[in-house]
Design a protein around this ligand. Structure first.
Ligand SMILES: Cc1ncc(COP(=O)(O)O)c(C=O)c1O
Length: 458
């Protein structure tokens, strides 16, 4: 009798958290990780996470950190929210996985209806589900281009919309990141984002807004692209990844008028700013402007599931079919996580909480202007940033000191949001963070600023 196949070895459970250290795990990962991920330049801290809860992360050495990142504003409800977790597990048990194009299911219908309940403007009447923010932006642009029969998108320098070939073209990657991809990047025209902190001396914010609108009309539409070749303008109402850039209100309103005048869709990319982050459900609310499409991602999955969406008006999504979508776009359990997230955001009034805590934090941060190296502090809700410059000159960013401040914070148990090479330290904690914990994190950041900036001065 044959012995049959030998019994497989049991899989060993990952050892993280049981023994070893962040440094050892990091060394182990470097062997297998693609360079982009492990390169000294791109990783933002030396810790390897072994657990997450509420507004904290725990590393493989057992040290706890206050999380001011919310994972790029994905975990707005905090890490591992118990109610979202329970609902998601129940949905997995009930539905497993279904492809929403083949089998419309209850969770996707409920989610679509809930999203419309919290829409930023009543003209948004349709909901398209996606998997990621990148997918949502791609889907919005596909709807804009196909239904308008126009090939171009107007975007703004500094904005981030994703790293796919399509969203890379629309966003403002660096010329180095565009290397090899230039032939694919013909679909967008770019204009400067009106960033108040770097406006010319003596110019008011209103004048900045006017001058950018003037540039669009007098230069870009005249020399770059005829208005009837543009399908949509896409705007991050607050450009988070650029370093918390908040545009002048007259610019956003003027852009809306340009869209109306030329038949462009106004797409608000709210992937990072949506769902309470800026102290309102949507960042576009701050400007009193009704978009024609809104892209939603990150926080909609409750910090547990990947899911994204586009809200669109009838012209964009109600009249013609557009080929967009992806297998996992409307995963039933992700839809349930998203519906539960919306319920919690509304029940716990987290947008209002974000506004209140953000105002308190910004009041404290205003005092940091006294430090020589602090050029600006700014924010809306819990979407805050401190910009470090030399000699108080907006044109002299100081990424070196910024990096030192970041690592000093990490050493003292606080994880701010910091992208390599930036001169902005960002504060985007869960909207559920306890007030004393936020204060403690701001204490740490303040003493790191004091310490590192006095070293620079010395
Ligand atoms: C404004 C904005 N749009 C789109 C994206 C891309 O989203 P994802 O990384 O989920 O694909 C991001 C990600 O940071 C973003 O901030």
């Amino acid at each position: 009798m044959s012995e049959g196949p030998s019994k497989p070895e049991p899989l060993s459970a990952p050892a993280v958290g049981s023994s070893g250290s962040s440094a050892a795990y990091w060394a182990r990962y470097k062997v297998v990780a693609p360079k982009y991920f492990w390169a000294e330049e791109t990783r933002s801290a030396t810790i390897v996470v072994a657990g997450a809860e509420g507004s904290t992360l725990r590393d493989a050495d057992g040290k706890t950190y206050i999380d001011l990142t919310s994972q790029w504003s994905t975990n707005n409800l905090g890490n591992v929210h118990p109610e979202v977790l329970r609902a998601t597990i129940d949905a997995l048990e009930q539905y497993g996985f279904l492809i929403y194009f083949l089998h419309p299911h209850l969770p996707m219908i409920e989610l679509a209806e809930k999203l419309l309940e919290i829409r930023p403007s009543p003209n948004l009447s349709r909901v398209f589900l996606e998997l990621s923010g990148t997918g949502a932006v791609e889907a919005a642009v596909k709807h804009a281009v196909e239904t308008s029969r126009r090939p171009l998108v107007l975007s703004f320098l500094g904005q981030y919309h994703g790293l796919s070939i399509g969203t890379g073209a629309i966003g403002s990657l660096s010329s180095e990141e565009r290397r090899h991809w230039e032939p694919y990047h013909g679909g967008a025209v770019h204009a400067p984002y009106p960033f108040p902190y770097r406006r010319p001396p003596g110019m008011s914010e209103v004048e900045l807004g006017e001058s950018m609108l003037g540039y669009l009309e007098d230069q870009l539409l005249r020399y770059e692209a005829a208005p009837d070749r543009i399908a949509a303008a896409i705007l991050e109402p607050v450009a988070c990844e650029a370093g918390i850039w908040i545009p002048p209100a007259n610019f956003v309103r003027g852009l809306r008028k340009l869209c109306d005048a030329h038949g462009w869709y106004f797409i608000a990319d709210e992937v990072e700013t949506g769902l309470g982050r800026t102290g309102s459900m949507w960042a576009i609310d701050h400007f009193g402007v009704a978009p024609d499409m809104v892209t939603i991602g990150k926080a909609i999955g409750g910090g547990l599931m990947p899911i994204a969406a586009v809200l669109g008006d009838e012209r964009a999504m109600g009249e013609e079919g557009v080929a967009a979508g992806t297998t996992f776009g409307g995963h039933p359990a992700a839809c349930v996580a998203a519906s539960t997230t919306i319920d919690i955001l509304r029940r716990d009034r987290l947008a209002e909480r974000s506004a209140r805590l953000g105002t308190l934090a910004l009041r404290r941060m205003e005092e940091w202007r006294k430090f020589d190296g602090v050029g600006d502090v700014r924010g809306l809700g819990l979407c805050l940033g401190v910009e470090l410059v030399k000699e108080k000159d907006p044109q002299q960013p100081d990424p070196t000191t910024t990096r030192s401040v970041f690592f000093d914070c990490v050493a003292h148990g606080t994880l701010p949001l910091y992208n390599y090479g930036d001169n902005v330290i960002r504060i985007q904690p869960p909207l559920t963070i306890d007030e004393p914990m936020l204060d403690q994190a701001l204490d740490t950041l303040e003493s790191s600023l004091r310490h590192q900036l006095s070293r620079t001065a010395g």
